[in-house]
Design a protein around this ligand. Sequence first.
Ligand code: NIG
Length: 401
Amino acid sequence: MTSPPVTSQQTTELITGIAELTTQADDRERLLDAALVIENGRIAWIGSAADAPAADRRTDVGGRAALPGWVDTHSHLLFAGDRAAEFEARMAGQRYEAGGINTTVRATRAATEEQLVANALRLRLEAESQGTTFLETKTGYGLDLESEVRSARAAATVADVVTYLGAHVVPQGHDRRDYLDLVTGPMLAAVAPYVSYIDAFCEAGAFDVEETREVLLAGRAAGLGLRVHGNQLGFSGGVRLAVELGAASVDHCNHLEAADIDALAQSTTVATLLPACDLSTREPFPPARALLDAGASIALATNCNPGSSYTTSMPFCVSTAVLQMGLTIDEAIWAATRGAAQAVGRERGPDAVGSLQVGGLADLQVLDAPAVAHLAYRPGVPLTHAVWRRGVRPGVGGRPV
Ligand code: NIG
């Protein structure tokens, strides 16, 4: 798996003028009047501005708030075309169904690999300009061997983590059993070099619990981690299966029974919630408050895709989670950074993301606001002032924006 290339920084950079620094370290502390030093793409020092050491370069952010870059762990960026007409019909009362996926499959198969990469890169840069520094994306709009491999290969050049979603739906014109054999056999073997997770859409109109189990077990046997699209449109059983198999994440979770919430709370599986998708599909929001109160871990992600959630904006997801799902500011920001890192197995270790700690990656953002509360206090206002990914500001020695 390759991450997008970045140029490592050889000099030290002191960032000062941080009115409020949210580190998302274990103590969840917010530092006031803080500073930090970046060296070789990592955080070399964090502390009070008054104690800041000298550095080769100094950037004064002028009394703004800083926090880790967003960790977006659910997107489907490998596609062509859009589905604005389907969206418009939905806003006029039509229900979202899995069938629309085939529209994007047709457009994706007709596109070249270069077009797929260009579109995905456009969206990655759009996300980055809103503070996202780590991104997962999936295959799932190819749905034949050649097209899924093309998507996986392209995804590996654009995203930090790639998930294989051959089990998105059974494509039109395919026998169900034959397609499952393809997804769990030759297609899995062919995409394996490019992906680190396997996923399946466990829902009416896509795959049932036993089919999902078969797909996930094949992926696990091939060495992949597990993710599930579960309980989005109904009580699909996907959540319980994800917990049973120890999946890293189960995503959507709109329709949960008390037993699902208990199962998640007793597990290490993260419930990844996708509020922009819920607004676009007009599904009820997941019971985020009940999940947190029960002790479950949650993440927030965009689910950027042309069908159910065409946005790259993590700030929109954070403000929606606070204003409409009952999360506190701290809970929503945690779920979009450190909690999200847990959903991709990157919460701890030298390449941990979603937190700012000495020795860790310098993936951070500065808001055009003095406090993180402004993310929900000023909803819809673009508040990203600056972003550093691996210590480099995109467009300033990093990739062009
Ligand atoms: O996560 N739910 C399944 N897959 C995507 C939507 C795909 C589409 O409608 O194109 C999702 O919402």
